[in-house]
Design a protein around this ligand. Structure first.
Ligand code: UDP
Ligand code: GLC
Ligand code: MN
Length: 403
């Protein structure tokens, strides 16, 4: 049954968050999608990413960027970059839909969640940091220009206590925590990956029923290193992810490899046929990183540390079709039994193991360019999003500079 007047909506204001939006969109498509898929983008998103988004989303809608520029509150939140999440408010303008579910671009859907459309505005799950507030990474809303106007007015008059959308929405829908329990979404619809550290027994007990996982916080799945040969993920820097989170990171990266990177390939093919004069931004070459053997889901090993050094140009894999069928593999002994009861988690694990034995061939390309050439490439929009120009690398440089 397809419902054309309801939609899942996400937001991406730049090409980096587009990677998250693409994985989210594909994760929704894996589970019998019955609603429309919409992504809101801002002018900063490149033409290449627009083309790729349009292969996954039914609608790619450009909206204006709204930034709170409220650096004082954002400093409290320790997330100076989040002022522009106020752009999320534009989702209320989607009045050709009667009801929508908003999902942050850093969420991942693990099973069909159509029942969310049975809820009314404004439904959301508690925020793990302050459960009397809701988390604005997943919510049910009803598009309305009137509500949109009231929200913008509220922002102008009262600001936002966290400098971003969650503070604003919590003060706007202020009776959420007491008025109607049906508007409290269960935590399994917005399982923040970092809370698994703080309440592990609950995760063991209920984690297998998770339906939407949210990679809340400053480290996103795309900030991890991924080794397609072993299926291992390793955080940039020193810290490692918890074993629970690792399962979801594996799933994110598996979808990225299998369902997102091939879209770059076909967009590249399209580029070859693009009419002269229509310049498109270079997309990543289809390459794979160095082979390093390590245990899936293990803590960082010396081999992985080496891998971090060499794998600076993590690029799309061109051998996804060589991944053996899932049935060939047993679930890992390393995961708690509760975790693998969920078929989608099992999926993740099996695909992970499949990737680890599928000797994906390797070719690392490190092209040395002069600073002038680098600058020209950047200015022409030929940006190596997945390699040395990746957000994480730029952040590293900024961190070094700020020290
Ligand atoms: N977002 C974006 N560009 C940014 C920052 C955020 O498009 O530079 C969007 C994206 O949909 C993202 C959401 O706003 O998922 C909220 O930001 P984020 O998920 O980083 O916040 P967190 O959930 O970690 O607090
Ligand atoms: C949160 C939410 C996110 C929101 C941010 C800023 O933690 O997960 O969706 O954009 O706070 O308010
Ligand atoms: Mn988020």
């Amino acid at each position: 049954m397809s419902v054309t007047d309801q939609a899942f909506v996400t937001l991406a204001t730049n090409d980096i968050y587009c990677q998250g939006a693409l994985v989210l969109g594909q994760s929704l498509r894996r589970h019998r999608l019955t609603r429309k898929l919409v992504v809101l983008i801002t002018p900063q998103v490149s033409s290449l990413l627009r083309v790729i988004l349009s292969k996954v989303f039914d609608e790619v809608i450009e909206v204006n960027l709204i930034d709170s520029a409220d650096y004082i509150h954002l400093a409290f939140l320790r997330r100076p970059e989040l002022g522009l999440t106020l752009t999320k408010l534009h989702c209320w303008t989607l009045t050709h839909y009667s009801k929508c579910v908003f999902l942050d671009a850093d969420t991942l859907v693990l099973s069909n969640v159509d029942e969310l459309f049975d809820r009314g505005e404004f439904s959301a799950a508690p925020d793990p940091g302050w459960p009397d507030c809701f988390n604005s990474g997943v919510f049910v809303f009803q598009p309305s220009l009137h509500t949109h106007k009231l929200l913008l007015q509220h922002a102008m008059e009262h600001g936002s206590f966290d400098g971003a959308d969650q503070g604003l929405l919590n003060s706007f829908f202020r009776n959420w925590s007491t008025a109607d329990i049906h508007k409290h979404l269960p935590f399994i619809y917005n399982l923040s990956s970092n809370t698994m550290y703080t309440y592990s027994p609950a995760f063991k007990q209920f984690g297998s029923s998770a339906k939407v996982v949210h990679f809340l916080g400053s480290t996103k799945p795309w900030n991890y290193k991924y080794n397609p040969q072993s299926g291992s993920v390793l955080e940039q820097g020193s810290a490692s992810s918890s074993q629970h989170q690792a399962v979801f990171l594996h799933l994110w990266w598996t979808i990225y490899q299998n369902n997102v990177l091939p879209l770059y390939k076909s967009a590249q093919a399209g580029k070859a046929h693009a009419s002269p004069g229509h310049r498109m931004i270079d997309c990543p070459e289809i390459e794979t990183p160095a082979v390093i053997t390590c245990d899936p889901l293990s803590q960082p090993s010396p081999q992985l540390a080496d891998f971090t050094e060499t794998e600076t140009t993590l690029q799309p894999a061109n051998k996804v079709e060589s991944v053996p069928s899932e049935e060939t593999f047993e679930p890992s002994q390393e995961l708690p039994a509760e975790t693998i009861r969920d078929p989608s988690l099992q999926d993740a694990l099996e695909v992970d193991l499949a990737v680890s034995v599928s000797q994906i061939s390797i070719k690392e390309k490190v092209k040395e360019l002069s600073p002038e050439e680098e600058r020209r490439k950047w200015e022409e929009g030929r940006i190596d999003y997945m390699g040395k120009d990746a957000f994480a690398r730029i952040q590293e440089k900024l961190d070094r500079f700020l020290q």
